[in-house]
Design a protein around this ligand. Structure first.
Ligand code: TUI
Length: 312
């Protein structure tokens, strides 16, 4: 099946990014209630915490929602079982290869949509039975691959026959249309949802996003093998400086330990990791999740027909 809305039983072909520590039951239910696919991000949480989030989300929406599993988590295996026990219809994965869970998910009827940063992994995921893949470009916030969305999405759509969902660098209708032009059947967004009333992050985080400009993000963690896009601040600059000076992985890790939580929960402007994508510079106001999703999709055909022709 190539139609994402039918595949996922949703109104608009939009999936919420699996933002660790951010995407809880409040955000997930708001996205699902607005017609997209909301996700609870497991991040580094343990399996019982994720189960409680799922139970709370079921109370807030009767629409489908999924779970994102961050595969570097020590709890990934236990969470892989919780999603089956809780009858979660869709799982997305990030930061690794979910191959070893695929059989049990497929047997339980869970739809599996891995995030992939390369054609090779997309092909491997298709062979392993993935229902779709999310091709996530390096414009994204958080843990990123090397390729841009513009280069990655068409190369993946050319090489797999399952639906491809584009992610990274999408915040308005022009970028939604560009994603479809590249062969995507749907989009995943994260950064644009941070600037919403429903997003459960510290006010300082929202303010950093809406005041960011185009060059305000930077990738830390390359040397540690976990490239991570964040908004520039004291912590990010310190990290880059230490890495350039040849700091050990332990020294670097000490700096980042707990830094995402410090951004999300404490709004600690100096030592927090404010993960955000390059589109942060386009986001200027806080809106409701419903408004954000409708701004991306309502009247899209009309908008497309009014785009300037390349023949000027
Ligand atoms: O996973 C994400 N974004 C994330 S996860 C996260 S929590 C975290 N923070 C710091 C370090 C590590 C994790 C914050 N943001 N996006 C999906 C994504 N997946 N981006 C890139 C990948 C990826 C990379 C390599 C997926 C698969 C992969 O495969 C390697 C292999 O094993 O073949």
């Amino acid at each position: 099946m190539r139609n994402i809305c039918k595949l996922l039983n949703i109104q608009y072909p939009i999936i919420q990014g699996g933002m660790a520590n951010v995407a809880n039951h409040k955000l997930a239910s708001a996205v699902s209630n607005a017609g997209g696919l909301g996700l609870i991000a497991a991040g580094g949480a343990d399996a019982e915490t994720v189960r409680q989030e799922i139970i709370k989300c079921k109370e807030l929406t009767d629409k489908p929602f999924g779970v994102n599993i961050m595969l570097l988590s020590p709890h990934a295996e236990a969470i892989a079982k919780v999603v089956i026990e809780e009858n979660i219809p869709v799982v997305t994965t990030g930061a690794g290869n979910p191959g070893k869970y695929m059989k049990e998910w497929k047997e339980a009827g869970v739809k599996v949509i891995p995030v992939v940063p390369s054609v090779a992994l997309a092909k491997r995921m298709e062979r392993a039975g993935a229902d779709a893949v999310i091709a996530e470009g390096t414009e994204s916030g958080g843990h990123v691959g090397e390729l841009t969305t513009m280069a990655l999405v068409p190369q993946i759509t050319d090489n797999v026959s399952i639906p491809v969902i584009a992610a990274g660098g999408i915040a308005d209708k022009r970028q939604v249309l560009a994603a479809f032009s590249l062969g995507a059947k749907g989009i995943q967004v994260g950064t644009v949802l941070l600037a919403s009333y429903e997003c459960p992050i510290h006010e300082n985080y929202k303010n950093r996003v809406i005041s960011a400009n185009d060059t305000d993000t930077i990738v830390t963690g390359r040397k540690a093998g976990a490239p991570t896009r964040v908004l520039k601040n004291k912590m990010a600059r310190e990290y880059i400086k230490l890495a350039d000076q040849g700091a050990t992985l332990e020294e670097l890790e000490e700096l980042t330990l707990g830094s995402l939580r410090r951004a999300v929960f404490d709004g600690d402007l100096d030592t927090g990791s404010f993960m955000a994508g390059q589109v942060a510079g386009m986001i200027k106001e806080i809106k409701s999740i419903k408004e954000i999703i409708e701004d991306l999709f309502l009247d899209l055909d009309n908008y497309k027909n009014n785009l300037t022709s390349y023949r000027l």
